[in-house]
Ligand binder design. Structure first.
Ligand SMILES: [Zn+2]
Length: 164
C-alpha cells in the first residue's frame, strides 16, 4: 500500500522524502520503491556529506566542488547504481536539489531517479556505491518498498548491495 502512495506522490508533488526528519552529518537515507518494471529511488543527505559545506558556495573552489558532486547525482547515476545489464534498465534523473533543513545553517541534498526496465527487477540485486564519490557519507539507511512489504538496511560507507 505504501508503495502505491509513494508512486502517486511522485507525479503530484515535488519530493518523495518530505517527511525525512533527522539531519545527521555523514548519514543519508535512500527510499527505493520496486515495481514490476520500475525502480523509483529517492535520496536525501546533509549537504555537508555530499560536497562539504551547507551554505551558498562562495569561493570558486566551493562552486567547483558543489557543481562536480551534484553533477554526479544529476547525470552520472551509473557511478552510484549498478544492476544486471540483462534487465536493460533505462535510468533517468527526476530531480536534484538543495533544500533548507530545520535549523538555520543546515541544508540537505535531495535526489530522485527512476529506472525503467525491460525485465522485472524482483529477485535481483542493486549495487549501491555512494562511497566512491561521496567519502563524507559514512552510512546510508536504505528502505526498500515492495508490494510484499518494506525492509530497511544500513550500508556502511553508503556502499553495498540490496536484494529486491
Ligand atoms: Zn548540517
Amino acid at each position: 500500500m505504501k508503495l502505491k502512495i509513494l508512486t502517486m506522490t511522485m507525479v503530484a508533488t515535488p519530493w518523495l522524502l518530505g517527511a525525512h526528519t533527522a539531519h545527521v552529518h555523514g548519514v543519508g537515507e535512500l527510499n527505493i520503491a520496486v515495481e514490476s518494471s520500475r525502480i523509483v529511488l529517492a535520496f536525501e543527505s546533509p549537504s555537508e556529506s555530499i560536497y562539504g559545506f551547507e551554505s551558498e558556495a562562495k569561493t570558486a573552489k566551493q562552486k567547483k566542488i558543489k557543481d562536480e558532486k551534484l553533477t554526479i547525482l544529476k547525470t552520472d547515476m551509473g557511478k552510484i547504481f549498478q544492476i544486471d545489464a540483462d534487465l536493460k534498465c533505462d535510468w533517468k534523473v527526476e530531480k536534484v536539489g538543495v533544500v533548507q533543513e530545520g535549523e538555520v545553517g543546515h541544508q540537505n541534498v535531495r535526489a530522485e531517479w527512476i529506472a525503467t526496465c525491460e525485465k522485472s527487477p524482483m529477485g535481483r540485486s542493486l549495487k549501491i556505491d555512494f562511497g566512491s564519490s561521496f567519502s563524507r557519507l559514512k552510512s546510508l539507511k536504505v528502505n526498500v518498498l515492495k508490494d510484499s512489504g518494506q525492509k530497511s538496511t544500513t550500508l556502511k560507507s553508503a556502499t553495498g548491495e540490496i536484494k529486491f
